[in-house]
Design a protein around this ligand. Sequence first.
Ligand code: SF4
Ligand code: SF4
Length: 282
Amino acid sequence: MNEEDREAIDRKPSTTGAGNSPVVPKQLTLESRLQFRCHPGIDCFTRCCSDIDIMLTPYDVIRMKQRLGISSDRFLERYTRSRIEEKTGWPQLLIKMEESSGKPCPFVTTDGCTIYTDRPAMCRYYPIGQGIHRKQVDDQVVNEEFYMLIREEHCHGFSEERQWTIAEWRENQEAEHYDRMAGQWKELFVRNITREEEKDGRRQTMFFLASYNLDQFRRFVLESRFLETFDIDAEETAAIREDDVQLMNLAFRYLRYLFGVEKTLSLREGVLPEEEPGGEGA
Ligand code: SF4
Ligand code: SF4
């Protein structure tokens, strides 16, 4: 791994300290084999759903808030906490574990996960962690995915007989769909926040809003000068009023534009860059 490489391991127990990592230090590919089965009859059932760091993507928030029938404001307030990721400086959103004994996830019961079909990506991927290498190939930087096994003592799924390739496991867990939904957003994460961006609190605030609080981002788009400023066509404007996924995709385009990753939006004719809502002139 060279100096430019970044690594993002998707899920780790909050109690694990340095030198005590459950991540097996071997890179896996889609063809690597895994012996594992998780099912309600296993003696460790739901033991993995307490006192852990579950990071949420914007698409996770959409699925979970829709499942619960609440706004993103309410979801963030009741079920999440945030922190700044040490390596990169980006704000991360995590499920807030309950304060009660053992710090259980707010969605776990003795019968399992109450939001199972809408559970977050990290819960789906487990016990497979996912990372990205940034590699220089000729004159281009390319992202290369890799996988690793997370083997925790309390998890007895590895003693079950079911065999998979990593690709089969991912298909079973709908991982491709979740990866697709978060792809453009995750690309922001593999670069560090610059000093300039760190000092610019407005951009950090907008990153959090556009990533995690889509109901508020919708109000920002519809009620600020956003639509007068950026050239968004009528069909997309109609869609984002109702459709959270369409709105999320606009949010990703906006973030990539705002952070200078790609020119994903065009200003309307006659609009000056300093007039952008959320930009220098706001
Ligand atoms: S969201 Fe569901 S699967 Fe994930 S930790 Fe909570 S209870 Fe477990
Ligand atoms: S600890 Fe492992 S086998 Fe047990 S419920 Fe959790 S993921 Fe499944």
